[in-house]
Write a protein that binds this ligand. Structure first.
Ligand SMILES: Nc1ncnc2c1ncn2[C@@H]1O[C@H](COP(=O)(O)OP(=O)(O)OP(=O)(O)O)[C@@H](O)[C@H]1O
Ligand SMILES: [Mg+2]
Length: 329
């Protein structure tokens, strides 16, 4: 598998603040690569350097053999981008937006219409091609932006938070189109997201926090870093419970939102009775799961990648009652 993007020791400062801090990674041609991190981690700054919109303070980024800082026009021919913020002209129709893009990228006149038609079919918007974009839903606008980014047949497509703000159905729908791109159009995808579950689609992932890459690997490799199952506890007194979990049971534990997060080595089943025995009446609820990508971030940084997800979105699957029954036997 050949490498199409190579980033080495890349940094970018804004004044005295360092947005990107000496990051290195590679992206394989024809793969979907995920760049994950919380708000302000440095994802968009990195994309802007790779897309030649921003120069690095130090380090190098090479795309398909061309240096992003020194050979920007060569790099620009190879790439398409869907920006974090919507950049369609809402007064124009879907077709007109794509036509305008084809002029900007000097798509030859003889193939313009065909490329636009194909792209609109690809994202299932051909029937709406003559509607003004202001009449589109958020999901349709995102799909149209993906279609637009394909008109000049880029080798690499950058998607910066492509599903931000979309409802779950539109997110799933958009991923159906995006995931077909490597195979059907031979496009390499570089995507950022802070929806960890979306990154399962990636062949390789780099996790970035505060400008640094803190982990790299396939989704499975990253999850193995957690070690075993993960347990989430709700208790009536998280501070004292946390102390007891660490001192009495000698387990790693972090308070995350309203819960206590405990990554265990191996199988978590055996651990639950011990937790209940140590914490007694303080335990309100327990849930256990195989590690997800979000747990990798939690384990590495002690924080949730999406703090807003902790505010009540967490379904407590297994109630204390079933574990008490097991424990009382
Ligand atoms: N033009 C700029 N001038 C000054 N600081 C900037 C500029 N662009 C980004 N930053 C800072 O650099 C850091 C990284 O920002 P960046 O936009 O790359 O984060 P991000 O990972 O894309 O975040 P988000 O998930 O919110 O999109 C932030 O602290 C941000 O405030
Ligand atoms: Mg961003």
């Amino acid at each position: 598998m050949s490498t199409i993007i190579t980033v080495e020791n890349l940094s970018r400062k804004f004044g005295s603040a360092t947005a990107v801090d000496g990051i290195s990674f590679e992206v394989e041609q024809g793969s979907i690569f995920g760049f994950l991190g919380p708000n302000g981690a440095g994802k968009t700054t990195t994309i802007n350097i790779l897309c030649t919109l921003l120069s690095p303070s130090s380090g190098t980024a090479i795309i398909d053999g061309h240096d992003c800082a020194r050979e920007s026009s060569e790099v620009r021919k190879k790439i398409g981008i869907v920006f974090q913020d919507n950049t369609l002209d809402k007064e124009l129709t879907a077709y007109e937006n794509l036509l305008f893009h084809s002029y900007l990228y000097c798509v030859p006149k003889g193939v313009r219409k065909q490329r636009i038609d194909e792209a609109l079919h690809f994202v299932d918007l051909h029937e709406r091609k003559d509607d003004q974009v202001k009449k589109f839903s958020g999901g349709m606008k995102r799909r149209l932006e993906v279609a637009r980014s394909l008109i000049h047949q880029p080798k690499i497509l950058f998607l910066d938070e492509p599903t931000l703000g979309l409802d779950p159905q539109s997110r799933t729908n958009l991923w159906e189109f995006i995931s077909k791109l490597p195979e059907e159009q031979g496009v390499t995808i570089f995507m950022t997201t802070h929806y960890m579950e979306e990154a399962e689609i990636c062949r390789k992932i780099a996790i970035i926090d505060k400008g640094k890459v803190i982990a790299r690997g396939s989704p499975d490799e990253l999850k193995k870093m957690v070690g075993g199952d993960v347990i989430y506890l709700k208790t009536s007194d998280n501070a004292s419970s946390l102390r007891d979990i660490q001192s009495l049971l000698n387990l790693d534990a972090e308070e995350v939102g309203s819960e206590i997060f405990i990554p265990v080595i191996g199988n978590g089943d055996a651990c639950i009775p011990k937790l209940i025995s140590a914490l007694g009446e303080r335990v309100i609820a327990v849930r256990m799961q195989r590690p997800a990508l979000n747990d990798v971030f939690l384990k590495l940084t002690g924080k949730d990648i999406r703090p807003e997800s902790m505010s009540g979105n967490n379904e407590i699957k297994d109630t204390i009652r079933s574990y008490r029954r097991k424990f009382d036997k």
